[in-house]
Design a protein around this ligand. Sequence first.
Ligand code: 1WB
Ligand code: MN
Length: 343
Amino acid sequence: MAADARTRRIATEEAFTIPEVAAKLREVARSPTDSSDLPLVKGIYDAPEGGGAFLEELLDLEDVRIRDMDDNGVDMEVLSLTAPGVQMFDADTATELATLANDRLAEVISRHPTRFAGLASFAPQSPKRAVAEMERAIKELKLNGFVVNSHTHSEYLDDPKYFPVLEAAEALGACLYIHPRGAAAGLELPFRHYGLHAAQWGYGLEVATHAVRMIVAGVFDRFPNLKICLGHMGEAVHLWLWRIDFMNERAQRGGIAPRLELKPSEYFKRNFVITTSGQESDLALEFSIKALGAENVMWAIDYPYQPTAPAVAWMDAAPISDADRELIYHANAERIFGIAPKA
Ligand code: 1WB
Ligand code: MN
């Protein structure tokens, strides 16, 4: 089918890195840290041959990546600095590298404005400087939203010290994508075996926990217009909403959870959108559309961690209406990330 005759495909959780961040992560790999990100950071950034699995693809933006997009009919990738982003570094290093990564991202988008959009990074380690960078990223660099790779030094965004970051995202009208990283200290011990530390299981539990903490802490009473995006089919939070509602009411009555203006499920439906990244299941997609509405679901590949061709083949053939497919393939991304519709 001719490119302009078919549905536009915008992939919304696509990973990249820059050499400076990769070099710092190699230092992390050689440091005495006990973080559950370590196996992954070692495997990618400090592999014996220099570049581990995925490193070449993460560093490449304009060569193999664009060919892969062309080969598979992917019109646009929404890029984000890959996990753990800058969040394992000290505040100064993290602030500096987030700025650099955002500059590089804006440069590559300016060279390929119809092929790439991008989510800006920031350093939660220094909320004040993070806010300044968030404002620059949206107002000057014209980036399309934000990415945070879940916890920072095992702290979550329900901690009031991070409220300036949430306030900035809300005020800028920019969606904050909470992408996984290895689970926080205290949550990650059972994930240390069988490869559960990363995308097989630990990542999803880490981000689902993050989202539920924000909801039950009352973050969305304080920031009612804040938009959060979760990948991997919403990290399954929407399957849990009925029970969270029931048990949160009990926790509120028992005085161990703050009083909320709405039910947890109502915040999830109002304040969250999800993507299909790395979760190519018809059943999960059907459930997500029924639970949240097709206008709250976006397509993603999770390049380069998952291959492009099956992600496209799956969404092309998914048993949903053509109207829903248009929303999920591109229209929602255009609305949520401020991407110009195709001319
Ligand atoms: C993998 C997946 C590794 C993701 C990652 O490293 C990220 C993996 C940061 O499957 O090995 C991801 O984004 O889902
Ligand atoms: Mn990903």
